[in-house]
Ligand binder design. Structure first.
Ligand SMILES: C[S@@+](CC[C@H](N)C(=O)[O-])C[C@H]1O[C@@H](n2cnc3c(N)ncnc32)[C@H](O)[C@@H]1O
Length: 214
């Protein structure tokens, strides 16, 4: 059977290039934002944190949407691509830190720019091809992201976190449901065919919840 255009392997990458984004992953975030009420209605109130942000499509998408309003902090081991940002990454409503999201100094610096009302994490390990190893590393990153949600996300805030399916992802989803009013799993159409990644979405962080219980 013929593939529809969005199923062709190069569709999302070609579209990203045409629309000025360094990575196809931007369409995963745009779909998540369309499907779930993650952004505050008044965008000047938006204070977002983007973990695992490089090469920068998610950050660029949000900064374009914010159009100078609100604030976005981002972190990654790698630098952001400056190919398409047209100065947006130099704006006063943006802060980027190159470093390990799990390192205490990164946590401290990002906390200093908080609190936030939206946390998005697309952080993923460099894959080894060994699914068990990759899944474990992805889960560890997702748990780090959840720690940020527990500590620097305001009550009422929302979260998106990428996980590779397998391992104890059910445990992670349970913790998300404990911390947030609702926790769901959603796989955007822009995920590569056959990829085992998915996204967990937490909405409405509960008041006074540290959410540490597993
Ligand atoms: C799929 S990419 C993110 C793509 C990004 N959302 C975009 O739209 O451009 C995953 C990123 O997670 C980052 N990453 C993995 N482990 C990390 C860590 N411990 N600390 C910070 N970033 C990390 C990688 O460097 C990589 O850039």
């Amino acid at each position: 059977m013929a593939k529809t255009s969005y199923e062709k392997p190069d569709y999302w990458a070609a579209r990203a290039q045409k629309e000025g984004y360094p990575a196809r992953s931007v369409y995963k975030l745009s779909e998540l934002i369309e499907k779930f009420p993650l952004l505050p209605r008044d965008l000047s109130r938006c204070r977002a944190l983007d973990l695992g942000a490089a090469p920068g499509s998610w950050s660029l998408f949000l900064l374009r949407r914010l159009a100078g309003r609100g604030f976005l902090a981002a972190a990654d081991l790698a630098p952001l691509s400056r190919q398409y940002d047209r100065g947006l990454f130099d704006g006063e409503n943006f802060f980027f830190l190159q470093g390990d999201l799990a390192a205490p100094e990164t946590r401290q610096a990002l906390a200093g720019h908080g609190p936030y009302n939206l946390l998005i994490s697309d952080a993923a390990p460099a894959t080894t091809g060994n699914r068990q190893v990759d899944t474990l590393r992805s889960l560890a990153l997702a748990e780090e992201a959840l720690l940020y949600a527990e500590t620097v996300l305001e009550p009422g805030g929302g979260m998106v976190v990428k996980v590779f399916q397998g391992g104890d992802t059910a445990g992670l989803l349970r913790r998300i449901r404990k911390l947030f009013g609702s926790g769901k799993s959603f796989k955007p159409a822009a995920c590569r065919a056959g990829s085992f990644e998915t996204y967990y979405v937490g909405l409405g962080k509960k008041q006074g919840s540290a959410g540490n219980g597993r």
